[in-house]
Design a binder for this molecule. Sequence first.
Ligand SMILES: [Zn+2]
Length: 82
Amino acid sequence: MTPVKDFCKEHGQVVAWLMPRQVCALRGVCRQTVSNWMNHGWVHILEQPSGRRLVCELSLGTHRRPEEESLPKKRCPQWQIW
Ligand SMILES: [Zn+2]
């Protein structure tokens, strides 16, 4: 899969944009957690014309949520189906 590269306004540079399920795999969190990050503005979002939302790869590294990462994975019921 070719990573999407586009300009991130917040970073002021071209960055790689990840699909939410890629973020799930990278960070070991469930889909719902990634949706929460996007809804709270904790990660940078790129809206595609199709309506799909992508996540700025760089914003993942700078927006750590220790309180969520400390939760055991079994608290994420959707993890299994993703
Ligand atoms: Zn960004």
